[in-house]
Design a protein around this ligand. Structure first.
Ligand code: ZN
Length: 248
């Protein structure tokens, strides 16, 4: 079984369409690690696409905030403005879909899925020390996480915890393949479809082939200017549009 792993789509329909076009024919099951909406201009389009395609999904903090379940005060003012705008745009059935999303961790066909960390859906994992408890406590050898918008992750074997360095960069190769080793645990982030923050503005996602022990980390260019134009027309905060150019 090959899984398409997507995360942090953030209502960016153009980034999602580019990712799906690149991944076409390469996967059988789609899974999503949350933050379907928030920041971007296309919440209904992106939810429509995810609803029809994804079998396993956990909620993200933005999904929670738009649903009215999270505390909007936890978000910075710019993110909060985007949450309020998103809420005003959503069709009722799409709002219901967001409200119905469940918190991670979720077990899905031999994988564990979380938005933030194994023990806390809202925790950010940037550094190895922050990854340890998720690596040790998850029920499967491979756990996928999102939330940071950084593609890559961590491995743990024989008491050695290592960061997986993919070094994504604009214009670099469209994917990097990671070979999964036996007796090793992995905490992997497919990157963000809708708002990358690791210095590469291309949409990030992963294709995991567990039968053959390979995870591909993809980067796909998309029409960023078209998304920025829609954000401007929607009146979304300008810094949110600007950061798409740089992937920071
Ligand atoms: Zn996010």
């Amino acid at each position: 079984m090959r899984f398409l792993v997507i995360s942090d789509l953030h209502a960016n329909a153009t980034g999602l369409a580019a990712a799906l076009a690149a991944a076409e024919g390469r996967w059988e099951q789609a899974i999503c690690l949350g933050d379907v909406v928030g920041y971007g201009p296309d919440p209904n389009e992106v939810i429509d696409r995810v609803r029809g395609m994804v079998k396993f999904i956990v909620r993200g903090n933005h999904d929670k905030a738009v649903s009215g379940l999270g505390d909007p005060e936890d978000l910075n003012p710019i993110a909060r403005a985007a949450v309020e705008w998103t809420r005003s745009q959503l069709r009722p059935e799409n709002l219901r879909y967001l409200v119905g999303l469940r918190a991670g961790p979720l077990e899905a066909d031999g994988l564990t899925l979380v938005h933030g960390a194994f023990h806390d859906e809202d925790e950010y994992i940037y550094a190895p020390a922050q990854a340890l408890s998720s690596l040790l406590d998850a029920p499967h050898d491979v756990t996928f996480f999102g939330h940071t918008h950084f593609q890559g992750g961590f491995s743990y074997r024989d008491s050695r915890l290592e960061m997986i360095h993919l070094q994504p960069r604009p214009g670099g190769p469209s994917f990097a393949a990671l070979r999964l080793e036996p007796d090793t645990r992995y905490l992997l982030n497919p990157g963000s479809i809708g708002q990358p923050r690791d210095g590469d503005p291309r949409a990030g996602f992963a294709i995991a082939d567990l039968d053959h022990g390979v995870v591909e980390f993809w980067r796909v260019p998309y029409d960023i200017k078209a998304v920025q134009e829609r954000m401007k027309n929607a009146g979304l905060p300008e810094p949110l549009a600007l950061r798409l150019t740089f992937g920071h």
